[in-house]
Design a protein around this ligand. Structure first.
Ligand code: GAF
Length: 383
């Protein structure tokens, strides 16, 4: 569906549901993380970009203290008043969480009627949840004229997800969906929240990022994510540092010697080397040496596969097939255990790489992958 079709559908669905036109439309994008995985909750570095696929929210006013949200994906609308974490569950918890987090931060949140639709694939590691959060957050801020600067918004959306929804995620996804700009990747320091917009116009170089959705069922995602996070935090405690970000690359060997547990050692090695790969990727992009980031992407994948152990066979096969078909580099993006691979390719190789991955999936009988080219897009905005 084109972006304007989606906008028209959401506008029409709002009007059909509530009997009047919405005040306006807002949208928030899904994200791909170019590199820097699981580094966010270790207070390190990430480099995401926003996807063209967006969640669109048509929003209009409602009486004070009343919120109703409907989605084309759900048969039932959900209405709620002022709630506390956990009171609204399921998909609507992301919306109730945003309302709660704003109110908890002292804002007078306007009542609202909301209709939602989305092109961001759910369960594919492209953060459909952040797209939902950022579209609704931006709408409520604009509707209520709330004074919440852009740089403070990701932490508030993260709080909605951590405290209200109960998912122990870092700040990567919300930052990407809120702060990314078209044609740029977002270099974020997850400790200071400082950002730098990094030029990421691949088409100008004859290059593209091919997204390969493995369509592998997401399994054990929540428990495994929490286990990785705990292992990193335990390791930081044992090493006597505030977070693994504070272990320098040239201190890695000494740090690893202090840890008895082999699994924990490998988790630490992933985080410390991944932070460095983000810094190296940024330096290459800023120097215009875009093709040269390929080996960093592939090294990141190997680290996620062997040290952080968050990949699955479908993902590893996609990476190998893309590389064999000529990709400069390839890696899984997102939290792991399924989801998508990003491959850096010459744009005219897109069909060949897509065919090679489909062929590689046929042999073991994996469900067919879905591939498309991702262009770095804008963050959440009023439409
Ligand atoms: C998920 C989380 F939500 C992010 O905070 C981040 O940790 C990511 O996994 C891994 O880099 O998307």
């Amino acid at each position: 569906m084109s972006g304007s079709d989606l906008r028209n559908e959401v506008r029409e669905s709002f009007t059909a549901l509530y009997g009047h036109a919405p005040e306006s439309l807002w949208s928030g994008p899904g994200r791909a993380n170019l590199i820097g995985e699981h580094t966010d909750y270790n207070e390190g570095f990430v480099l995401p970009f926003a996807l063209p696929q967006r969640t669109v929210a048509a929003v209009g006013p409602a009486p004070a203290g009343e919120w109703t949200v409907c989605s084309t994906f759900e048969s039932e609308c959900v209405s709620f008043g002022a709630t506390e974490p956990g009171e609204v569950t399921g998909w609507a918890a992301y919306v109730a969480g945003i309302v709660w987090a704003l109110r908890d931060a002292g804002f007078d949140v306007p009542g609202a009627r909301i209709a939602l639709d989305s092109e961001v694939p759910v369960g594919s590691g492209l953060s459909s949840s952040a797209a939902l959060e950022s579209s609704v957050l931006t709408a409520l801020i604009d509707l209520g004229g709330l004074d919440l600067p852009l740089e403070r918004r990701p932490a508030l959306a993260q709080r909605a997800e951590n405290v209200y929804v109960g998912a122990p995620t870092g700040i990567l996804d919300q930052s990407a969906s809120i702060r990314c700009q078209a044609g740029r990747a977002l270099f974020l320091d997850c400790r200071s929240y400082e950002i730098k917009q990094i030029p990421f116009d691949l088409a100008a170089e004859g290059l593209a990022i091919l997204v390969i959705n493995s369509n592998a069922p997401h399994q054990h995602v929540d428990g495994e994510y929490g286990a990785r996070r705990k292992s990193c935090e335990d390791a930081a405690r044992l090493l006597g540092v505030p977070a693994l970000r504070d272990v320098p690359l040239d201190g890695l060997a000494a740090a690893l010697e202090k840890l008895d547990d082999d699994v924990m050692r490998r988790r630490v090695r992933h985080i410390v080397t991944e932070d460095q790969r983000v810094l190296d990727t940024v330096a290459l992009l800023e120097a215009g040496r875009v093709r040269e980031i390929g080996p960093l992407l592939t090294a990141s994948h190997a680290s996620m596969r062997d040290d952080f152990e968050i990949t699955v066979p479908q993902i590893d096969v996609a990476v190998s097939a893309a590389l064999e078909a000529g990709a400069y580099g390839a890696r899984m993006t997102g939290g792991g255990f399924g989801g998508c691979v990003l491959a850096l390719i010459d744009v005219d190789r897109a069909e060949a790489v897509t065919a090679a991955v489909a062929d590689a999936y046929g042999k073991p009988g994996f469900a067919a992958p879905t591939c498309w080219i991702a262009v770095a897009s804008a963050g959440a905005t009023r439409l």
